[in-house]
Each structure stands twice: as C-alpha cells, then as structure tokens.
Design a protein around this ligand. Structure first.
Ligand code: SF4
Ligand code: F3S
Length: 106
C-alpha cells in the first residue's frame, strides 16, 4: 500500500486525489491519508505529489514508519476526497520544512 507522509502536512496540494482509480484518499484539516485496505498499489499518485509526500510502505524511511498507522487510523474517520482543490496559500512555504509532524491537525 502507499502512505502519505509528513511533508503533506500544511502543503495538501491534492494533486494526488485526481489520479487515484479507487478514490481512496481521505481529507483532514491540513493533511490527507490513504486507506490501506482500499489502495490497490497502482503507484499513480506517487509522482503527482509536488511535496513528494507519498511513498510505498516498503520504502518508508524509519522516521516515517509511524505514518502507516496514522493513515490507517485517520482514513476511518476523515471524509473521502476525490477532486482536487486549491492548496493552502502558504503551501509552498511549508514544502520541505522539517518537524511538521507535530502540526498534524486531526
Ligand atoms: Fe490510489 Fe494507486 Fe495511490 Fe493507492 S497507489 S492511493 S490506489 S493512486
Ligand atoms: Fe498531500 Fe501531496 Fe496529496 S501534499 S494532498 S500527498 S499531492
């Protein structure tokens, strides 16, 4: 399965959702997640993310492994998103900033 990782936080470009053939993205206040039971591992979303925040669970760096559980948990409670929307106005300023994990809004 593919996993949305920390660099999506406060960037939330949403380019990813448009290409997903099974619409398995779910949206929170400043982050998106992928439902691990719905993702069919097609890999189409990975190159679409301007923040390079989407990775296969097999290639996650150790400090991003916690996002497997975060995606699984939040996909159960957040609403589905299947259409692209405008990113936050300051998205580009947050792209690549370290330590955004603590800013994840639930
Ligand atoms: Fe959707 Fe494919 Fe990305 Fe999984 S890998 S979230 S099925 S686009
Ligand atoms: Fe997040 Fe990248 Fe999608 S920033 S919303 S995973 S395009």
């Amino acid at each position: 399965t593919f996993v949305v990782t920390e660099n999506c936080i406060k960037c939330k470009y949403t380019d990813c959702v448009e290409v997903c053939p099974v619409d398995c993205f779910y949206e929170g206040p400043n982050f998106l997640v992928i439902h691990p039971d719905e993702c069919i591992d097609c890999a189409l979303c990975e190159p679409e993310c301007p923040a390079e925040a989407i990775l296969s669970e097999d290639e996650l760096p150790a400090d991003q492994e916690q996002y497997i559980q975060i995606n699984a948990d939040l996909a159960e409670v957040w609403p589905n998103i299947a259409e692209r929307k405008d990113a936050p106005a300051d998205a580009d300023e947050w792209n690549g900033k370290p330590g955004k994990g603590k800013l994840l809004a639930r």
